[in-house]
Write a protein that binds this ligand. Sequence first.
Ligand code: GDD
Ligand code: MG
Length: 358
Amino acid sequence: MDAQLVDAVVLVGGRGTRLRPLTNNTPKPMLPTANFPFLQHLLARIKAAGIEHVVLSTSFKAEVFEQYFGDGSDMGLDIEYVVEESALGTGGGIRNVYDKLRYDTAMVFNGDVLSGMDLAGILETHEHKNADVTMHLLKVVDPRAFGCVPTDPDGRVLAFLEKTDDPPTNQINAGCYIFKRSVIEQIPAGRVVSVERETFPQLLEEGAQVFGHVDNSYWRDMGKPADFIHGSADIVRGIAPSPLLEGKTGEAFVDPSAGIADGVLLLSGTSVGRGTEIRAGVRLDGTVVFDGVTIEPGAEIKDSIIASGVHIGANTRISGCVIGEGASIGARCELLDGLRIFPGVAIPDSGLRFSPDA
Ligand code: GDD
Ligand code: MG
C-alpha cells in the first residue's frame, strides 16, 4: 500500500498522570527524550515510512503541540491539529479527527510508544487481509498493564481484554492500529469512548474483520518513569531506533550548548539538554537531564530524570528519582528509590537520606 495514501493519527490527549510532576505543565509526548520531545521521534519514523499527512488528536495542553511543530513543514510533514474541549478518551479522540482524514486508510498511534516496528509491514497485513482494523501485537513478560489480545492461527483477533488481572495470553496491544476510514465514522461522536474497552469489543461482537500483526521489534510504553528513563537511554545508545539520532548514537547525547567540565562521566545513554552546566567530577548514568540544569561537582546521578532549571548540589547522590522543574537539591543529599521531588521544592544541604520509605 502506498504510504502517501495513508493518514497518520497520533493520540496525544492523555494526562500522563503516571509521569507527574513532569506532566503537570507539559503533555507526556512533549517531554524531552534524548533531547527531543518524545513525539518528534515518532513523527520522524512516520515520515521515514513515507506518510505525509498527520493529525494530532489533542486535549490536555493542546496548544503546546502546535507551538512546537507548527504546520509540520520543518519535518517535511503536513500536520493538522484537532482539540477536544474535554477529553473524549482514546476512541473519542480517534472519532474526533474523522473530518480531517483525507484517505481511506488511517494509521493510529498511541503517542507514548517507543517502537521499532516495521510500519510498511503492518500496512501490508492490513491490505492482504482486507481488514477493517489491523493492530500491532507483541508478546511481553507481564501483560496485565496492557490490552491483552488473543488471536487464532490466521491472525484473527478473538478478544480484546483491556488491563485484566488474569490475561489468557501474553500477547498485547502495542498501541498502533490501521483503521478503514468507514470504521472510524461508526465510532459515536461527541462523547467519551474508549477504543480498548468499547470500540474493539463491539467490533468483534459484530463480526468485523479485525486482525493482529505481530512484530516483536523494540517496543516500550513510555508512560512510567522507569520506562521513560530506559527508553530515552535506549534511543541515545541506538537500541531503540530514531531517525533523529542516526549516526549520532553512543554512550551519551549532549546538546552543543551544554557546558561539560573536565573529568565528567556521562554513561549508559545519558542525555544532556540545552544550556545545562555539569561541573567537574560529576557522574551521570542512564539519566535524562532536561534544559538549563546545573549539577555541582562530585554529584552522582543514576537512572533519574532531572527536569528543566533544577540545581543539584555538590556530592549529592540520586538514584531512580524524578526531580521536578526548578527544584533545588542541596549538597551531600541522598535521594533514592523512586522518590519524586515536586517542582520548585528546595531541599537544604544536609547529607540526609530521603527515600519513599525513609
Ligand atoms: N486525544 C486523546 N483523548 N488522547 C488520549 C486520551 C483522550 O481522552 N486519553 C489518552 N489518550 C492518548 C494518550 O496521550 C496516549 O498517547 C494514548 O492515548 C494511550 O493512553 P495511555 O494512557 O498511555 O494508555 P495505556 O498505556 O494505559 O494503555 C494503552 O496503551 C497500551 C500500549 O502502550 C492501551 O491502548 C493498551 O491497550 C495498550 O496495551
Ligand atoms: Mg501508555
